[in-house]
Design a protein around this ligand. Sequence first.
Ligand code: FES
Length: 324
Amino acid sequence: MQDEEIHLPPPTLWPLGFAIGIAVILVGLIIDPLWISSIGGAITLVFGFLWIRDASAELRGHRIVVEPERRQVVEAGAGQVGPSAQAGGDAMPHPAPGERFPRSKFLEASTLGLGGVIGGLITVPVAGFAVLPSFLGQKRHRVDMGPVADYKEGQWYVATFNTDPKEGDVARRTAFVRNNGSLAVSGRQEPSFTIISNRCAHLGCPVQANGPSGAILGLKSQTEKGANGPVTLNPTVPAGFGCPCHGGQYDTEGNRTAGPPVRALDRYDYEIDNGRLVLLSTYSVSHVDGQGAQAKIHKYKSVGPGEHVDGPEQWFYPINPPHH
Ligand code: FES
């Protein structure tokens, strides 16, 4: 009778499902935290619940069902010698009267619970401090670049501006700006601009205009007064753009033409507000077909330098915090 009351829990697949759920969460953090990590979280929760429920079945007064042994009964003395399993005294004392579960069950549940709490205490703050700051406090920047009329049609300018004056000089940026003239949008003529970031798509060095600029052309640089402070516009005539660090080269639409960069130069979104050019967030570009106002830009959300935005390679990079 005693043998029927003291059991080990039967083997279960719940821990395996729990581990798969954790693995899916981690993979999702790299690929798609919103969907894949959420699915991993759901798997983890379901299997974690089932695992805890099984492990604590006896604590909750549920009897553990153990499959009966199905070995053939061999008659004593039929080809085997040795004492019967029932011979001799009890190896262990019977549980005390009223005891509902063996102590090992309690220790097992305590160990699991304590392990979970310690794991959570260590993992949650580390993960939070490592990941969250990049996702919080990101502001959208708007940079007033001055009146559209101050940008001569077809002329390139090296524009230097500040995206957030409160951050000081670390927020200074440079972009190559060209007024493409007007473009018909929904039956209306809208100003069209090409605004290319000077951050190299290889490792982020400052890309330069390959061509003369300013005084050498007999053109004066101009300063616009915007809400974010002065914007300097230095006229230039680039044959393309080049990176001084590792020789990355781009054409005037920002397409990579040589060197190690893996994609085209990033661009700035923009809008026209009361006749003034306003720079918005940057976005990444795989490549551009065509030119100027007619260019077809293959646009992607902003990613870091060196990262592919299309093709299978795009899956090999960690998630990017929002850039504005
Ligand atoms: S950083 Fe521009 S080519 Fe390497």
